[in-house]
Design a protein. Structure first.
Length: 370
């Protein structure tokens, strides 16, 4: 397998930190992020950043794994078994000119278009979105193949939240994009289902009940994990992969540095999540329906991530659910920050996320070159 080169590493670093430098105003002590959308709706920089960073995302964990997968599948048909790739991606492999960069450009380019279109339809100020997206999800966005599935779901959801146009038409468009998302990654059935559940209005009692039930559910997970993920209700292929997740060698790093890394990445997310739930559901802060839905979806996925943490079976699902939660989290936080422009907790949490990204890049450098 090919490995990361020093030139590739610094290319991504220059790109990432250049985009940060142009969008870091909210991180300064006296800045307030409350610019109206009509004054801040230029998403061209975000689109161009995503296009280049995703096409040449060398520092992301799966870049070279996908390169190997690309090489193995280039001459195979979509009907080939055991390739761990959905038919749409295999079709692109066979019908595009033979270029891995072009394949990534097309797949993640479509994702970038839909992501930017989602933010524009939600009318979120661009500079807020740029910063939140960069710090919370940019590396994961460029790593996951199901990125396209997530953003298809997100774009479709904007029609549900829209007060414009015919309601029936909006519901149909949402249904079309939701259905399309299911074909873009086998795991999207779970995330699309959770998102639909998040559409149901809830109150603080639901959150309190989830906290009370957590110890019970945690104990049940290990006993019924194989029955849950090995079920063929979805498909035999998905069931086989579910069991594979449980039997993988992935384990939580229980060393001191492992816990430090875990805290750096997750503590700011948990802090913002608790802060948001407390303000919106317990202190009755007024936010729109879309923010509540994305907050509920984020909470659900973080909750599921914690249910799998420290279990005797593989901890792979802990990481997978948490990383998936970040997609929903990035959309929620982009909408929420302008409603709390003076919040010191939000600003400090973003600083910690910045430090977490820098720690990750330093670790990549250490692992590959020292």
């Amino acid at each position: 397998m090919e490995k990361l080169t020093i030139e590739q590493f610094f290319f991504d670093m220059v790109l990432w930190f250049s985009f940060l430098a142009t969008n870091c105003r909210f991180l300064t002590s006296n800045a307030r992020c409350e610019v109206a959308y009509r004054k801040d709706n230029n998403y061209a920089p975000l689109f161009l950043f995503l296009l280049v960073f995703c096409t040449f995302g060398f520092v992301t964990g799966d870049y070279f794994n996908y390169l190997e997968l690309y090489k193995r599948n280039t001459d195979l048909s979509a009907g080939s078994s055991g390739q761990h790739v959905e038919a749409v991606y295999l079709w692109l492999l066979k019908n595009l000119p033979k270029s891995f960069a072009l394949w990534r450009f097309v797949v993640w380019g479509m994702a970038a278009v839909l992501m930017v279109a989602t933010f524009k339809r939600l009318r979120v100020p661009a500079k807020t979105t740029n910063l939140v997206f960069l710090l919370s999800i940019s590396v994961v966005f460029a790593s996951f193949r199901n990125t396209l599935g997530f953003v298809a779901l997100f774009y479709g959801s904007t029609f549900l939240f829209s007060n414009r146009g015919n309601k029936i038409f909006n519901y149909v468009v949402f249904g079309i994009f939701l259905t399309c998302s299911l074909f873009l990654h086998r795991s999207m059935f779970i995330f699309a289902t959770l998102f639909c559940v998040a559409l149901i209005p809830i109150g603080k009692k639901t959150y309190l009940l989830s906290i009370l039930l957590f110890p019970v559910l945690y104990k049940l997970i290990d006993s019924y994990a194989y029955q849950l993920l090995g079920s063929s209700l979805i498909s035999e292929d998905s069931a086989a992969h579910g069991v594979g997740y449980l039997e993988s060698d992935y384990r939580v790093d229980t060393t001191l540095m492992g816990y430090v890394q875990l805290l750096i990445w997750r503590l700011p997310i948990y802090a913002i999540l608790i802060f948001s739930v407390w303000n919106i559901y317990f202190k009755k802060q007024k936010v729109d329906y879309a923010q509540r839905v994305y907050l509920n979806a984020t909470y659900s996925l973080v909750y599921m991530s914690l249910l799998w943490y420290g279990q005797e079976v593989s901890a792979f699902l802990t990481s997978r659910f948490h990383d998936s939660a970040m997609f929903f989290f990035s959309v929620f936080l982009s909408m929420y920050i302008p409603t709390r422009p003076k919040s010191k907790l939000l600003r400090r949490s973003l600083w910690v996320l910045l430090f977490a990204n820098m720690y990750n890049f330093a670790y990549q450098f250490y692992k590959n070159f020292l």
